[in-house]
Design a protein around this ligand. Structure first.
Ligand code: SDX
Length: 428
């Protein structure tokens, strides 16, 4: 008997089965042989939310939730945040290696040549109500891009895929900026590709015709690092949505619209917006104990805390906390920061949170920075999506090229009625 197997005894029949163990996992399909009657369907696993189910093999992002480790293609997030740039990290995630000087220059040049969006899309953005949530606009715009680039359906053509990757990375900031300008009733600033990625984004958001306008380098750098920190996070909810939709060979725009929609939820990328609302609801340090009591009674959740994988401090939250102070040097300090820091201090000493291994996650401090930079709260998940775009794309490419992968179609445990006869209306 090889030691890389699991022996299963079915006590219903006394039968034993040997199931191979590879990469610390067993294949769920290997359980189907466990049955009572020969014509039974066989055993399945039941795992709502996929808390203990691997959906794929990946070489993109590594997380150790207990140790608080996050690596993109093996490079620690702390080093990338400190030494890399967002577009370089995007290249790393998608191609698996750090680019040479020439490769990075070509990559940046190709992306920055795709910052303009089709005027049909510009017109579409103008049809939304002035107070439409920018995430609703972003999800719609990404889906609409599939109508402008029908060749994107050729998902197995690597050249066609690469062109869509340039387009998405180049155009998403423009869509986001136009959604913001639409929100505040100001004319759109068309992209200036001579500025850096984050600098061009800030320019499109803020330029109001000033003759002496300059992008603030501290804010541009802070945004670039925030995008790096959000760039990928293995099989999170929105990435799983991207993979699931793309498993039907849907084009990358339609798949990413679904991923962005998943990110919008307050339990996922919408949490940064929810954190700000929570801190403002708490209002002062004095109100924190009362709020904590409400959390313990399960009346509210401590937004920005907790994580499915991290059972230690989210390494991204630690880096973001440092960036906050750099940003506040330039902007006025956000008074909500004091509430956040005190809330974190109290929570980290309280057994309710300690016993549940609830620590600040990436969303706890990011919103405070975005607000200090002048972003309205409903733009926060949009900023998360801009950062996550290269991760979604890298995971998409890996999934399409993975020979193990097939269309995503889970099973179910059926508990409903069976074999009922239709009842005519007069007899109901
Ligand atoms: C992101 O997956 C990713 O990688 C996501 C992400 C990424 O980069 O893609 O990291 C980004 O989405 C970060 C998470 C942002 N969401 C929030 O901050 C929302 C608040 N946090 C949660 O709702 C929750 O912690 C989740 C959704 C993040 C994780 O939920 P799980 O793993 O399904 O855990 P759970 O809901 O089963 O909770 C386990 C226990 C429960 O208590 P008991 O019922 O066992 O007594 O912990 C409690 C929960 O009530 N709990 C919380 C809590 N989070 C979990 N209690 C209070 N406040 C919280 N925030």
């Amino acid at each position: 008997m090889s030691n890389n197997t699991l022996t299963i005894t079915d006590n219903r029949t006394g039968q034993t089965y040997e199931v191979p163990i590879n990469d610390e996992t067993i294949k769920a399909i290997d359980l189907r042989q466990v049955r009572v009657q020969a014509d039974d369907f066989g055993l399945m696993t039941y795992d709502p939310g996929f808390t203990n189910t691997a959906s794929c093999k990946s070489r993109i992002t590594y997380i150790d939730g207990d140790k608080g480790i996050l690596e993109y293609r093996g490079y620690p997030i702390e080093q990338l945040a400190e030494q890399s740039s967002f577009l370089e990290v995007a290249y790393l995630l998608i191609f698996g290696v750090l680019p040479t000087v020439d490769q990075l220059a070509h990559w940046e040049q190709r992306i920055m040549r795709h910052t303009y969006i089709h005027e049909n899309l510009t017109d579409l953005l103008k049809t939304f109500r002035y107070d439409a949530h920018p995430m609703g606009i972003l999800v719609s715009a990404i889906a609409a891009m599939s109508t402008l680039h029908p060749e994107a359906k050729q998902v197995h053509d690597s050249e066609v895929r690469l062109k869509q990757i340039y387009r998405i990375l180049g155009k998403l900031p423009t869509v986001a900026a136009f959604a913001y300008r639409h929100r505040i009733g100001r004319p759109y600033n068309y992209p200036d590709s001579t500025l850096g990625y984050a600098g061009n984004f800030l320019y499109m958001l803020d330029f109001m015709g000033q003759s002496n306008y300059q992008v603030n380098p501290v804010l541009a750098h802070a945004l670039d690092v925030l995008f790096i920190l959000h760039a990928d996070h293995e099989q999170n909810c929105s990435t799983s949505a991207m993979r699931g939709i793309a498993s039907s060979e849907a084009d990358p725009y339609s798949s990413m619209a679904g991923a962005a929609a998943a990110l919008y939820g307050p339990l996922h990328g919408g949490a940064n917006e929810a954190v700000l609302r929570m801190l403002r609801e708490i209002g002062s340090v004095a109100n924190i104990p009362g709020f904590i009591e409400r959390v313990k009674k399960r009346e509210v959740r401590l937004m920005g805390f907790g994580h499915r994988v991290y059972k230690n401090y989210d390494p991204r939250a630690r880096i973001i906390k440092k960036i906050a102070y750099e940003v506040f040097e330039v902007t006025q300090k956000n008074p909500l920061l004091d509430i956040a820091i005190e809330l974190e201090r109290i929570a980290l000493e309280d057994d309710y949170f300690i016993s549940r291994k609830l620590y600040p996650n990436v969303d706890f401090y990011s919103g405070i920075i975005y607000q200090a930079m002048g972003f309205p709260e409903d733009m926060f998940p949009v900023l998360f999506a801009l950062g996550r775009a290269p991760g979604w794309l890298a995971q998409w490419v890996e999934m399409v090229d993975d020979p193990d992968q097939k269309i995503s179609r889970p099973r179910q445990i059926y508990l409903g009625e069976r074999g009922r006869d239709y009842v005519a209306m007069e007899r109901r």
